[in-house]
Design a protein around this ligand. Structure first.
Ligand code: UDP
Length: 238
């Protein structure tokens, strides 16, 4: 049996996923299940950092369309990602694995500030590190955050969890003729305008030579399968 393909990865989990079958909010059984998957992946010997989205609670662009400024709306979105980190941290620790939330903003009563050295320290200790608050800046996304943090902490890949098993030419749930890709270059992903990740994230991954693996989190154990090289996903690289 071969070991895991990567030593350290960043996993991007959308906030939408935290809502489970609901349109918004927290679904505890879904959060508990992903906590278990992350722990199983960690037990393969891979250091795991998770960038958490906030779309189940607030998306800046949506709240700002109702009159608030975009930076204020995005700040609410970034705070939403911190709430999701706290929910996931609690779920992981309840299962007996240490986790640690690091955030992009100073909030000492809530979490520690993200620094590369703190991330290295906690990952080396075997904790699952949760990264909240996005980049700390409005007008960015947590997809871009995942690539940024992966480059900063020397991760070998970004695992982008979605609800489909890779990148498609169109939404396969709406268009049965959509073509699935096994592999794309960063430039092809940007040029194709595929909706799975924003172009800023792909451009930063191209600049930093980081592979992105797009896979479905719907199947229990899919994170571990991707890390072992047996899972199904689209590799965006090169
Ligand atoms: N956000 C931001 N800067 C960042 C990351 C996120 O302003 O660096 C805000 C933005 O308003 C976004 C919200 O946080 O809508 C939630 O993040 P995202 O939409 O990426 O979450 P997801 O769709 O993955 O749940």
């Amino acid at each position: 049996m071969t070991g895991p393909v990567y030593r350290r990865v960043v996993i991007k989990l959308s906030g939408e996923y935290f809502a489970g079958p609901n349109a918004s909010g927290f679904d505890q059984s879904t959060i508990d299940r992903v906590a278990g998957d992350l722990i199983a992946a960690r037990e393969l010997g891979v250091e795991i950092a998770v960038v958490v989205g906030g779309g189940n609670l607030v998306r800046g662009v949506e709240v700002s369309s109702r009159g608030m400024s975009r930076p204020a709306g995005d700040t609410m979105g970034m705070l939403a990602t911190v709430m999701n980190c706290l929910a996931l941290e609690a779920a992981i620790e309840r299962k007996g694995t240490p986790a640690r939330t690091l955030t992009a903003h100073v909030m000492p009563q809530v979490s520690e500030l993200f620094t590369r050295s703190a991330a290295h320290k906690y990952l080396a200790e075997g904790r699952i590190v949760l990264l909240g608050g996005g980049t700390g800046n409005p007008f960015f996304t947590t997809d871009t955050t995942a690539v940024l943090r992966a480059a900063e902490i020397g991760a070998q890949a970004v695992l982008k969890a979605t609800n489909v098993d890779g990148v498609y030419s169109a939404d396969p749930k709406k268009d049965p003729s959509a073509k699935r890709f096994d592999r794309l270059t960063h430039s092809e992903a940007i040029g194709g305008g595929y909706k799975v990740m924003d172009a800023t994230a792909f451009a930063l991954a191209r600049e930093t030579s980081l592979p992105i693996i797009v896979f479905s989190i719907a199947e229990p154990g899919s994170i571990g399968a991707i890390l072992s090289g047996t899972g199904r996903g689209t590799i965006v690289a090169g």
